[in-house]
Design a protein around this ligand. Structure first.
Ligand SMILES: NC(=O)C1=CN([C@@H]2O[C@H](COP(=O)(O)OP(=O)(O)OC[C@H]3O[C@@H](n4cnc5c(N)ncnc54)[C@H](OP(=O)(O)O)[C@@H]3O)[C@@H](O)[C@H]2O)C=CC1
Ligand SMILES: O=C1O[C@H](COP(=O)(O)O)[C@@H](O)[C@H](O)[C@H]1O
Length: 498
């Protein structure tokens, strides 16, 4: 086997220190990265190999969970790191890159290469072309590209064209780290490894579905990036729609990359195109405003004082197929919410007739299944039970499975799983070119509507709240309401500022 080298473009950046290096360290610790391997960081910031190793060693101590830190191992891990100062946007540096790889792999034609694009998205189209000119797009090479893949449908198509001119599709890994989460994968296991829910998993028994991925932080130091992205590009077009796909897809006959990704694409292609009414009434966008000691979005570094970038979005989606026709999927994401939580809530239809008494609220009119992806990972089923004692009074209670009972979700996070899969050549959990385009095809009209309608509402919401009230109004049309995740989490007070 040729000596393996991973080349990280954007090696001085936020993603590299917070996610990639801890993930690579965790693979190293778990002996998933063995033998002679090299990690070569690339960027304009000037480091030597030595100073880059010291920098990463410090960052590992910040970003690896304390219980997973082993100073001796971390010190050994960083001896595999090297650094090449170069501007990835400029062609000149690539002959130096090639030369450096020849030295590091001790091979005149280094072949087993993994390129990771952790740069701003503006470089996603440039780097592969330079790699090709330098002859680095070898038959064994792979490339991982971060999200967002494109700004809209046209730019995503253009990127796909560029990548297809440099690599074969099986060499291209478009990463969406939500799919690397253990609990996201468990949505599939829950659905397809159990017989009892699947017969109910359709329009006959399900009333509506909610997908929530909210955070209690602002945009941190990423103002420049976020201004060009907004919640729709940052979270909805990729992460949230992936979760919709996991919830809505048909079971693949055989679980492999092609079959799984075929089913994902079928869901995207079945999304009901948004009409005028949807664009005006079934999308609510918001932007956080200052509250207490929390800054408003427009006060954040790198953000225009009159910015109209959305930090919150709630939408109603439909899926036009036999299984889901008529079942609304409500999705929402937002920064500066009361808590960080990702969960899918499946609301079953109400019982046709309610014959028991229920007083004092918490009445079990309909069952509700909550797939909680993070934090306090678990599955909760809300069911009706008789209140002990005389009469027939019923109340809604909770059957609660927590991953903590199985020893918890493993430490190495989604990035470790996905990088490992890529090294093994398994593309199942990565986004295929047709899926990216199908997803953009659906969301593109939203971007166009916003740019063509300067007075389309953008609601302010105070930082630390659940977003614009208009998103509640959107659901009331269906007699639905957002589930308050703070009330479902086991240790509520730990997560929610109520
Ligand atoms: N950070 C995160 O949590 C997440 C990030 N992502 C995605 O990962 C990618 C990287 O994110 P992140 O690390 O936050 O980004 P950064 O803004 O930190 O940029 C990464 C590096 O890219 C280099 N760079 C920046 N601008 C340019 C430029 N104009 N030309 C050449 N190089 C440039 C810089 O290195 P130098 O100046 O040394 O060249 C910088 O350190 C983004 O596409 C983002 O969407 C995805 C999920 C989460
Ligand atoms: O991709 C992104 O995801 C994070 C949220 O991911 P999580 O795994 O921490 O839930 C989000 O903060 C960021 O804005 C976005 O780019």
């Amino acid at each position: 086997m040729d000596k393996f080298a991973m080349i990280i473009f954007g090696a001085s950046g936020d993603l590299t220190k917070r996610k990639l290096m801890p993930a690579l360290y965790s693979l190293f610790r778990d002996k998933r990265l063995t033998g002679e391997f090299t990690i070569l960081g690339v960027g304009r910031t000037v480091y030597t190999d030595e100073s880059y190793r010291s920098y990463i060693l410090e960052e590992l101590q910040r970003f690896v969970k304390p219980e997973e830190q082993d100073m001796e191992l971390m010190t050994l891990f960083v001896t595999h790191l090297f650094y090449l100062p170069m501007d990835p946007a400029e062609a000149e540096g690539y002959s130096l890159l090639r030369q450096r790889l020849i030295e590091l792999t001790d091979d005149i034609n280094p072949n087993n290469l993994l390129f990771y694009l952790a740069t701003p998205p503006s470089l996603y189209g440039v780097v592969p072309l330079h790699l090709k000119e330098a002859g680095l797009n070898t038959s064994e090479s792979r490339i991982i590209v971060e999200k967002p893949f494109g700004y809209d449908l046209e730019s995503a198509r253009e990127l796909n064209r560029i990548y297809a001119s440099v690599f074969d599709e099986h060499q291209i890994y478009r990463i969406d780290h939500f799919l690397g989460k253990e609990t996201a994968q468990n949505v599939l296991a829950f659905r397809f490894a159990n017989g009892i829910f699947e017969p109910l998993w359709n329009r006959n028994y399900i009333d509506y579905v909610e997908v929530t991925a909210v955070e209690n932080l602002g945009i941190e130091q990423r103002g420049g990036f976020y201004e060009t992205a907004g919640a729709l590009r940052d979270m909805v077009q990729n992460h949230l729609i992936q979760l919709v796909a996991l919830t809505a897809m048909e079971p693949p006959a055989i679980f492999n990359a092609d079959n799984f990704r075929n089913e994902v694409v079928k869901v995207y292609e079945s999304l009901t195109p948004l009409n005028e009414i949807d664009l005006n009434e079934h999308i609510v966008r918001g932007q956080y405003t200052a509250s207490g000691n929390k800054k408003g979005y427009r006060e954040e570094k790198g953000v225009a004082p009159d910015s109209r970038t959305e930090t919150y979005i709630a939408m109603k989606l439909g899926i036009s197929n036999w299984r889901w026709s008529g079942v609304p999927f409500y999705i929402r994401t937002g920064k500066q919410m009361p808590t960080k939580v990702t969960e899918i809530v499946v609301h079953f239809r109400e019982t046709p007739h309610q014959m028991f008494r229920c007083s004092g609220g918490n009445c079990p009119r309909a069952n509700k299944l909550i797939l909680r992806l993070q934090p306090n990972e678990g599955i909760v089923l809300k069911i009706g039970m008789k209140v002990p004692g005389a009469g027939f009074e019923v109340r809604q209670v909770t059957m609660d499975f927590s991953y903590a009972d199985l020893g918890g979700v493993p430490g190495g996070d989604a990035y470790a799983r996905l990088i490992d899969d890529c090294i093994q050549g398994d593309a199942t959990l990565f986004t295929r070119s047709d899926a990216v385009e199908a997803s953009w095809r659906f969301f593109d009209p939203v971007l166009r509507f916003w740019s063509d309608t300067p007075n389309a509402p953008l609601y302010g919401y105070p930082a630390g709240t659940w977003g614009p009230l208009e998103s509640e109004a959107m659901m009331r049309e269906h007699g639905a309401e957002w589930t308050n995740p703070c009330k479902n989490l086991k240790h509520t007070e730990q997560y929610c500022e109520l």
